[in-house]
Design a protein around this ligand. Structure first.
Ligand code: IVH
Length: 706
């Protein structure tokens, strides 16, 4: 062995056998290589080696320094390890959830939106409602928390409850003040708005990235998101990002009592607000605004995907409140979808979580509204027959927002000769080749949805089910995404949700750290993330089970209704046995009806589901449902409204009662706690008297709620 040995061969020598000179050369070579990998991983989001290979390089680098301490200079990578970015950002819990907006597509939806508000607030037809109309910026929403005027946290929306802490990065955005200007700034101010990249900056960045062989982005929004979620804030600083303020979260005091007043106040604090924002006083004015902005869309230097209408008066916003995840006082009026024409190369069938087969058109790639589209959904049997799409056809497609592009129709004069009508498969593409069953409609006809009858034995369904289980709104396990689930399923390591929680125990046999794409660090992080999720709120657990028709809102209603997993589970088992009383009890829960109840009955009645659920429940800790309004006098009480209410509509009365944790029922029974009776109350009042239920006037009820 001589010092003249080529570097390539030195890299194979054990560290103990290196001479001082070889060690120096090898140390320098590794530093360059590791720095290049860091750059590709953190800055370009495009690693070229697996975590395991990367870990090996770092280990060797560390071992050289251990043997040759003179190489451990201040600039050494090992001296920077503490500061080396972690793979993920820290989580931040939003003081006030960051919700989303309901969408309007047609003018009639806007008319309905305004009518709904009028009804809810019981406004006379001639009472004016003022709206703040604003462009809907297509960027990423951001929450900026200021304490005593100083910026303390910048967080992404995340799942609405928890976002990512990107404080260091938002501080590099020029439109975001580090201190709020002006006097009398409230102690806590959470300013919300949209981070975006101008179209011009996006094009310039992509050109630069392409020249440097770096990552190019599909559109300005992705580019803004990619630039903001950098581990190194100096990269964010080098990307031209803008920010418009348009909303708020927690405020220790309110500087204005209208949306437009708040926007003006944001300006005095030093924020940019959107110059196209305008007050509108009628439906016609809203629709005119939509048309005007759509006309200007192409000339704006930032992407917008619609406009947003918000009730200007904040006291009205407060009264209107929220339905599930969006406010009643605002709506996004989207612009029509963008369209394009391309060729169908193939038609594939995908199997979803519930076994539903979805035909997907594989397309000749085409750009629609700045995004390259290669797949479009054909929905189901009927749709494919209605469109008569054939392989080789030229089709018109459209893409709206984030939804999967759709096939609108076939350009018949371009159909190639000999193209054959598409024959829907009669068996599932999974290895079971089970018969495909077409769902029966209520009238007994063949429905449009085809399903594989294999359930969990169908690998596609099992995998989709696991993907749902770990998804963001369910168990949300960091580092366990769709790709990992597919791999773990294929290798037989995770076949059902409970297996995720025994993975670490079984790793002595599996050796995940040796698998391509993993390394010791990522495996350690993965097990940490799994452990962190071993305790889970009841509503998330119910949602994660992936029961048909049990979405997030339903899961919350069930969790609130039963309080504990044991109570809910026992009820479902009784339901599965056909217990009529349990069915009735469930039916009395807010938002729960026959569809959900039938689905729970079928799910818990299915013999092979039961052990899966039990295995899982034994391996996690299910936290009882929060009783958010336990301190309110009406929490947990059942109330019936009857007669005319004078200060509010029924809908508003119901919403405000539910907000404080009360249940609103339609009929009086032994279980009713209060009957709120207004003028004209009839038989319900009689029944209440008969049963001895407490009867309140609207006023008394209002006092109780306070
Ligand atoms: S208000 C309670 N105003 O649209 C909802 N949102 O679909 C408060 N957005 O997550 C949001 N421009 O990222 C509001 N002028 C605007 C907006 C806007 C864009 C985004 C925002 C939000 C999403 C909802």
């Amino acid at each position: 062995m001589t010092d003249a040995m080529p570097a390539k061969d030195i890299s194979k020598l054990p560290v103990e056998d290196l001479t001082a000179r070889q060690a120096k050369a090898e140390h320098a070579r590794l530093a360059v290589e590791i720095a290049a990998h860091d750059r590709r991983y953190y800055q370009e989001d495009a690693p070229t080696v697996s975590d395991a290979e990367y870990d090996k390089l770092r280990q060797r680098y560390g071992a050289i320094e251990a043997h040759f301490p003179q190489l451990r200079a201040a600039a050494s990578l090992t001296q920077r390890v503490g500061a080396a970015p972690s793979a993920r950002f820290a989580k931040v819990r939003h003081a006030v959830p960051m919700l989303s907006l309901d969408n309007a597509f047609a003018e009639a939806d806007v008319v309905d939106f305004v009518a709904r508000i009028r009804r809810f607030l019981r406004l006379a037809d001639d009472e004016e409602i003022v709206f703040s109309a604003e462009p809907k910026i297509d960027g990423l929403s951001m929450s900026l928390r200021y304490q005593d005027g100083a910026l303390v946290t910048g967080a992404t929306r995340g799942d609405g409850s928890d976002g990512e802490d990107v404080t260091a990065n938002v501080k590099t955005v020029k439109d975001i003040p580090h201190r709020l200007m002006g006097r009398g700034v409230p102690r806590v101010c959470e300013v919300r708005g949209e981070i975006y990249m101008t179209k011009r900056a996006f094009l310039a960045l992509n050109t630069r990235q392409a020249e440097a062989g770096g990552q190019v982005f599909a559109n300005p929004r992705n580019s803004a998101a990619g630039s903001l979620r950098q581990k190194d804030p100096s990269i964010t600083a080098s990307r031209p990002l803008g920010f418009f303020a348009y909303a708020w979260g927690e405020m220790s005091a309110m500087p204005a009592d209208t949306q437009s007043g708040m926007i003006k106040w944001f300006e005095t604090c030093g924020f940019k607000t959107n110059p196209l924002t305008k007050l509108c006083r009628s439906v016609e004015a809203l629709l005119r605004f939509h048309r005007e902005i759509e006309g200007e869309r192409a000339t704006l230097d930032y992407d917008i995907d619609g406009v947003v209408y918000k009730v200007d008066r904040l006291d009205w916003q407060e009264r209107l409140g929220f339905v599930s995840r969006s406010p009643r006082w605002a709506i996004a009026h989207k612009f029509p979808a963008e369209k394009a024409t391309t060729i169908v190369r193939d038609i594939e069938v995908q199997v979803g979580r519930t076994g539903a087969l979805t035909p997907v058109a594989k397309l000749e790639p085409v750009t629609v509204g700045g995004v390259v589209v290669q797949n479009a959904t054909l929905h189901n049997f009927d749709e494919i027959a209605r469109l008569d799409v054939r392989i080789g056809d030229t089709v018109r497609i459209q893409r709206a927002g984030d939804v999967i592009p759709q096939v609108l129709g076939v350009v018949l004069d371009k159909r190639p000769r000999g193209a054959k009508p598409y024959a829907f498969p009669t068996t599932c593409p999974c290895r079971l080749h089970t018969d495909v069953v077409r769902e029966q409609t209520v009238t007994g006809e063949q429905g449009a949805i085809a399903r594989c009858s294999g359930e969990f034995a169908c690998p596609y369904q099992a995998v989709e089910h696991l993907k749902h289980f770990v998804s963001r709104r369910a168990f949300d396990i960091d580092g366990l995404g769709e790709k990992q689930i597919e791999l773990f399923y294929e290798r037989g390591w995770v076949r059902e949700p409970a297996d995720i929680f025994t993975l670490q125990e079984r790793n002595a046999k599996i050796h995940l750290e040796e698998v391509e794409g993993f390394g010791e660090t990522s495996v350690r992080n993965l097990f940490g993330a799994i452990e962190a999720r071993r305790e889970i709120p009841l509503e998330r657990f119910i949602y994660a089970l992936g029961i048909r028709h049990v979405g997030e809102t339903t899961a919350v209603a069930l969790a609130r209704g039963y309080g504990t997993w044991d109570a809910f589970h026992a009820a479902c088992l009784k339901l599965a046995k056909g217990d009529a009383e349990t069915r009735e009890e469930m039916d009395a829960l807010d938002q729960i009806g026959d569809t959900v109840i039938d689905s729970l009955r079928d799910y818990f009645g299915e013999a092979h589901n039961r052990p899966r659920i039990e295995h899982l429940a034994a391996r996690v800790r299910i936290r009882d449902a929060e009783k958010p309004h336990a301190d309110s006098a009406v929490a947990g009480k059942t109330v019936v409204f009857t007669g005319t209410l004078e200060t509010m509509t029924r809908e508003e009365a119901k919403a405000s009662a539910e907000r404080l944790g009360a249940k609103v029922a339609g009929s009086v029974s032994k279980k009713t706690d209060y009957v709120v009776a207004g003028p004209g109350a009839g038989s319900k009042l009689g029944k209440a008297k008969e049963l001895g239920v407490t009867i309140l006037t609207e006023d008394e009820w209002a006092k109780l709620m306070r």
